[in-house]
Ligand binder design. Sequence first.
Ligand code: WT7
Length: 601
Amino acid sequence: MDFWAEQAQRLHWDVRWSEVLDNSGAPYAKWFTGGRLNVARNCVDRHVEAGFGDQVAIHWVGEPGDTRDITYAQLRDEVCRAANALASLGVRAGDRVAIQLPMIPEAIVAMLACARLGAPHSVVFGGFSPSALRSRVDDAEAKVVITADGQYRRGKAVPVKAGVDEALAGSAVEKVVVVRRTGTPVSMGERDVWWHELVDPQPAAHTAEAFDSEHPLFILYTSGTTGKPKGILHTSGGYLTQVAYTHAAVFDHRPGEDVYWCTADIGWITGHSYIVYGPLANRATQVVYEGTPNTPHEGRHWEIVQRYGVSIYYTAPTLIRTFMKWGEDIPARYDLSSLRVLGSVGEPINPEAWRWYREHIGAGKAPIVDTWWQTETGAIMIAPSPGAAEFKPGSAQTPVPGISAVVVDDAGKEVAPGESGYLVLDRPWPSMLRGVWGDDARFRETYWSRFAGAYFAGDGARYDEDGDIWLLGRVDDVMNVSGHRISTAEVESALVSHPAVAEAAVVGAADPTTGQGIVAFVIPRGVAEVSVQELREHVAREIGPIAKPRQIMVVPELPKTRSGKIMRRLLRDVAENREIGDVTTLADSSVMAQISGRVVQ
Ligand code: WT7
């Protein structure tokens, strides 16, 4: 406890807390009770007040090559204007604001403006479909939506507002604020207002209120084992304490010296915690890049590292494997000598990728911190320290100071070194989720029912002989595609919503680049012709392009147990071209022969 009290002193508190942790309402923990603070002021104003107003907060690089350097003083002015603007639309503390924006400075400004007003934001990844946006807006009952006219993707301007219009038709949203990014023509309706017309004329001064440490900061939706995404709720004081602490400790970040770059999108938790809140609370100077890594060429990231002298670079294994495919001669053309710490997140990093990253990006010597955490944990939980005596490629190694993580067996008993089991977090931590928005039963059931008194992460793990932790992937029906969580049920329900599909089963199959790839098995409805391509497009329309199955197999039957449960294990064997495992529990043992003999690809 003393440890976290000490870490909380990284922040500016208007009122100091009276108790570090109140877990009497477990599993809903309260951290720094009685404390009051404003998250946005902690991330922006206090650095200006301390004399660092001229320090660059954000080196922004647009995909077409336009750039903007934003100092902390400029960021403060923009956040204040945006806060005044949202307040003028009637946004008050506690109101929800949905944000669907590309990686432009306004995205960060919008999040901080919400935080400043105490209005929880719900950021929706730009790649999500209109119906995915709508269900999130409805679930959170968002009052305002902030979006853009369009976004740049692989050198082209693609519309965004048009999709938002489709999503919000007939919804209760009161106002839609539109940032002009691409100049794509949009139709502006009665509730629509341009960001520049609304925000630019506002005063650059705004008196921020100090909110309770447990005041909601944001909701972020993530896939679970059912088709309906869960709105993960995070609050203020504990969250900011842990993201600030881990950003400083795990990456050895030094304000005023380092140039930091996290390549995530703000639509994911990594962007929330390690682009917006952690780095800004720590007065980082960071790179924010709008586009894809191969636009206009495959050396784009290394060109940016060279140009800004990036010293800490944090990315995902799927991207490292993509860089490997493009070839080591590409990074070799750039001066990467500024890099001193490399990070990885999203899935276990395979040793080949780890070695390539270290050798070709880290000059054979930069420490690689493999960080395990989740949307729910809010911040990094398991990671080697950058000064670790020994790095183990593929292992996240040890819980960070102040965190307890253990690997247990079915009965909840800690397993011995060398054995595997389930990863649980057996002590509360400051940035832990404070529930599933509007669904207390799901919160308790998903995370707290499997092992008494401990949080079940959903991941398998094992200890090695030294007691270091190796993550083994999800143990539930959640896939990990390019470091993004997608539930099998979500894709299945998208597939069966197509008129040509009677039944569908989806599995994650090992994929050399994306970690897992989505493989779907569908039974056609009646005699209808099924176009596999059309089904893939249908899933992309329903959920978003990231959920598009890599492969769809049209089959006559699905393997089910006598109680009707689909045996995904057997489908995974087919998807990964393995010999089919034990079929004795199948209701009809001939099904697997039919499937493997009749797959149409
Ligand atoms: C799931 C959480 C945390 C931000 C990105 C994903 C997997 C994440 C690692 C890692 C092994 C990892 C887990 C976890 N995962 N990082 N370093 N090693 N697995 O956040 O979408 O909430 O997904 O990603 O399976 O449960 P998320």
